[in-house]
Design a protein around this ligand. Structure first.
Ligand SMILES: Nc1ncnc2c1ncn2[C@@H]1O[C@H](COP(=O)(O)OP(=O)(O)OP(=O)(O)O)[C@@H](O)[C@H]1O
Ligand SMILES: [Mg+2]
Length: 264
């Protein structure tokens, strides 16, 4: 489904600030894999997602998605194939537009858009159905500005919009990190629900080890721009936070002390 072969990315090459963010990274996702990604600050997690999304060009290596070589495909073309949710709830939705306008954009994504904004009765009914799944009461607020929603409501809406067109790959970069624990749990539950319902393939970066163990069928740990370990299936199910922490510590040493890794 997603295949990265020897992908490299160095920032500020040839300067004192040179940083090798990804070093010959190899990763192969099978269709339906829900992979949680952990690793310390600067390990290259966000860079990995950004490379897949085409935000930065590869310095070397190859990226394939669903059998297609997308290494040189520009970001806007890859966007049609991907769903993305970021840490910042402000990204991914248009705050000065109504909920229904945002949903119209997401529903019409990839289809021919007319210049007129007209949203039909049928469309409105469909948006309400889609919003009901979130159980946040947003179905009664179709003409509320998205900017007035709470961070959690907005993040849930972003998630809904990112998955409406069943993307080939869903990229989640600490998408619950800016939310309070209860709201974060709701958005995570919805994430899990959508991924399972549509059998999506997903990469979810998290600093929360417990979430990384609870969700998904596979877990990878990154360190210094590479995949340090990759555990799936039964072996992942049997992993404990303690065991994970131990592997993390032996890989990172003292770096963990300064890390914002959450254990609960
Ligand atoms: N646009 C950029 N320009 C320069 N350096 C960058 C850029 N993006 C990332 N880096 C560097 O690449 C390395 C990997 O960064 P990345 O953001 O991928 O880490 P991360 O694993 O997501 O960390 P965090 O847990 O803090 O989000 C870091 O050293 C970072 O400073
Ligand atoms: Mg990051």
């Amino acid at each position: 489904m997603l295949k990265l072969t020897n992908v490299c990315r160095t920032f500020n090459k040839g300067t004192v600030n040179e940083k090798k963010a990804l070093v010959n990274l190899n990763l192969h996702l099978k269709p339906g894999d829900f992979v949680t990604v952990i690793g310390g600050n600067g390990a290259g997690k966000s860079t990995l997602l950004n490379m897949v999304a085409g935000v930065f060009p590869c310095d070397g290596g190859q990226i394939e998605l669903d059998g297609e070589d997308i290494t040189f495909l520009p970001e806007y073309k890859r966007a049609r194939l991907l769903g993305r949710v970021f840490q910042d709830p402000m990204r991914g939705t248009a705050g000065n537009m109504w909920i229904e306008e945002n949903l119209a954009l997401a529903n019409r994504r990839g289809k021919r858009r007319t210049l007129r904004w007209g949203i039909t009765k049928e469309e409105r009914a469909r948006y309400q159905e889609q919003l009901q799944v979130l159980e946040l009461g947003l179905e009664d607020r179709l003409s509320s500005k998205v900017g007035l929603l709470s961070g959690g409501q907005r993040q849930a809406l972003t998630l809904l919009m990112a998955t409406l067109q069943k993307p080939k790959l869903l990229l989640l970069d600490e998408h619950t990190a800016a939310l309070d624990p209860k709201t974060a749990a709701t958005v995570l539950r919805l994430t899990d629900e959508f991924v399972k319902r549509d059998n999506l393939t997903a990469l979810m970066v998290t600093h929360n080890m417990r979430d990384a163990l609870t969700y998904g069928n596979r877990i990878i740990m990154m360190n210094a721009g590479q995949v340090l370990f990759d555990i799936e299936g039964e072996e992942k199910k049997n992993l404990t936070v303690e065991a994970l922490l131990q592997r993390f510590q032996s890989a990172q040493g003292d770096a963990l002390v300064n890390d914002r890794m959450l254990l609960s």
